[in-house]
Structures are given as C-alpha cells and as structure tokens.
Ligand binder design. Structure first.
Ligand code: CA
Length: 242
C-alpha cells in the first residue's frame, strides 16, 4: 500500500484523482495549498508527493525547492506547460518525474509506480563504488576519497546513473531518457553543461580525465582512474555493490 500526498487547489481534480487513486489501492491525503504541503510531508511521511505547480499561495516550484531542502521524498510534478525548458528546470530542481495537464488517473498511477520502483531499487542496491568514489542512492550522498561532494539533485542523479553503468559508455541520448526523463528532447547542451559541472566537482578536467571519460561521438563513461605508471592491469570497472 502506497501513501500519497496530493497538492492540488482545483477541487474537481482533487476529488476525482483522490477517488481514482484510492480505488487502485493507494492511501491518498490531499491539501489545496503549498504552505501546508510541507508540514503535511513532515508530519505524515507519505511515500510520494504529487505536486500541482499552479497553487494559490506559493508557486509549486518554490514548494518543490522547500521540499527538497528537508526531504528526499519522491515528487511528481503536474504542470500545465508542455515546455521543454520548464520541464528540464523542474527535473533539475529535484522533481522525480512530471505529467503535463490534463492527464488521467491511470497515467498518474503508472508514473507513481515507476518512480517508486526506481527509488526502491536504488535504495535496496546499497552504495556503489567506483575507485575511490562511492555513491549512496539511499542517503543521496556521493563521496570522493571520503570527502562528501556538494552536488545539486540532478548532478547527483547523473553521477548515480553513470555509477550504475560504470565501465560502460553511456550516450547523451540515454542520459536524456534515464536522468532527465526526456525521450524526445535533443537537449545535448543540458547534458554537456551538467557533465562539465560534475567534472569540476570531481576535481578533474576534460583534458585530463580521471573518472569521467568522454568518448567522442559516442558518449561518456565513468571508470576508476588508471593506476599511474603501474605494470598491473587495471581493476575490473563494473559497479561494485557494497
Ligand atoms: Ca492549480
């Protein structure tokens, strides 16, 4: 049984979604204002939040930011604007997925299940290790040689996905689909910008990569650094679950 908090000011939508999602077996609580959403999350600890962006008191984007400040709870954003820039911004701000209004309760339910499957699997797998880099999906913390990396939500997700696929070349298209949930967007630039931020936070440059290797024309690969001037072969570079 999944407990949901629905933040939606339109009473007709709130009632019909609550009814439909309850019928599929979820426990649904709803609030009409952003201001009470935060306290409801902290008090009731639901499994997931469905957040309408057009709220009467606080903009949903700000509610998302406040939620992310205190909680890793999965958030699905409901937006009225089918605008790629806007959607990328929301996902960057830590939304786990989005739906463009109008959507059916069935579509929402499918997204809820997918997001929860993803977050539960990631948490169950335990921290990933690539060389001196560890990525802990449950705690949402990445460390390099023991030092916590100061990553934005999307940078963390990018690093997590690369760590899950350590040793393999991942295309930018794959990253758009898997990290940004943008199957159609050709937003190469979004990926490039985030890769360069991540590279800087890992303390390396494209010219002298250690962990993050660009494979020209193909994509990018996360792998442990080659040992310097060592006759030993490199360690296997697949993900290690610990
Ligand atoms: Ca609204």
């Amino acid at each position: 049984m999944v407990s949901l908090l629905l933040v939606e000011d339109d009473p007709a939508i709130r009632i019909s979604l609550t009814r439909a999602l309850t019928a599929t077996g979820h426990v649904v609580a709803s609030v009409p204002y952003g201001g009470v959403a935060l306290s409801a999350v902290l008090r009731d600890q639901p499994d997931l939040v469905v957040l309408d962006l057009g709220l009467p008191d606080i903009d949903g984007r700000d509610v998302l930011g406040m939620l992310r400040g205190v909680s890793d709870i999965p958030v699905i954003v409901a937006t009225a604007r089918d605008d790629e820039q806007e959607i990328v911004r929301l996902l960057d701000a830590g939304a786990d997925d989005y739906l463009v209004k109008p959507f059916s309760a069935g579509q929402l339910d499918a997204r809820i299940r997918a997001v929860l499957r993803r977050t539960t699997e990631a948490a169950a797998a335990g921290p990933l290790t690539v060389g001196e880099l560890t990525v802990d999906a449950r705690a949402r913390v990445a460390r390099l040689a023991g030092t916590v990396l100061d990553l934005k939500p999307k940078e963390f997700e990018l690093l997590l996905f690369l760590a899950e696929n350590a040793g393999a070349v991942v295309s930018k298209r794959d990253l758009m689909v898997e990290v940004w949930r943008q199957p159609y967007g050709g937003a190469d630039k979004t990926v490039d910008v985030h890769l360069s931020w991540l590279r800087r936070k890992l303390g390396e440059t494209a010219a002298e990569p250690r962990y993050l290797h660009t494979v020209r024309g193909v994509g990018v690969k996360l792998a442990p650094p080659e040992p310097a001037a060592s006759p030993e072969p490199a360690e296997p570079s697949g993900p290690a679950y610990g």
